[in-house]
Design a protein around this ligand. Structure first.
Ligand code: FEO
Length: 170
């Protein structure tokens, strides 16, 4: 079972993960429109990753005999001034997600809910990787500026492929 507080908190996070997916799909559309298909591909892969995050939480709530209640997803941002501003926006969003995951872990500990705390550890580790991935591209964008390096970076980002993480059952 899950406490009502934890059930509500994970349901809220499911919405956030789907919002993240929606935001990255919006960024993919932005980059496609700019003529940067590699950047668009990278964001599309991230869109898929976020749906997987939401699905993991969805399955966990169900596995605990609790109730998933899907919520309305807000419209994402859709306009940025530059690729750098767009990626920095995404990185800042991931910092917020990390804060939310940390709050969930703290809540699980407060509620003496060890199963949820262990389940959430995967997300704690995942956020380290996500921040590093976004941060890496932010740094590269700062180095290349608006010149031809942008197209080389676009080719690099085009190689990202979505692979669903292999994970043990929650
Ligand atoms: Fe689901 Fe990008 O955190």
């Amino acid at each position: 079972m899950l406490s009502k507080t934890m059930e509500k908190a994970i349901n809220d996070q499911i919405k956030w993960e789907y919002y993240s997916a929606y935001l990255y799909l919006s960024l993919s559309a932005y980059f496609m429109n700019l003529g940067l298909p590699g950047f668009a591909n990278w964001m599309d892969v991230q869109f898929q990753e976020e749906q997987f995050h939401a699905r993991r939480m969805f399955d966990y709530v169900n596995s605990k005999g609790a109730r998933v209640l899907l919520q309305a997803i807000d419209a994402p941002e859709n306009t940025w001034k530059s690729p750098l501003e767009a990626f920095q926006f995404a990185l800042n969003h991931e910092y917020q997600v990390t804060g939310r995951i940390n709050d969930l872990v703290t809540l699980a500990q407060k509620e003496n809910d060890h199963a949820s705390a262990i389940f959430l550890q995967w997300f704690v580790t995942e956020q380290v990787e996500e921040e590093a991935n976004f941060g890496d591209t932010v740094n590269k964008l700062k180095l290349v500026g608006d010149g031809g390096g942008l197209f080389m970076l676009d080719r690099e980002l085009a190689t990202r492929v979505y692979t669903q993480p292999a994970i043990a059952a929650a």
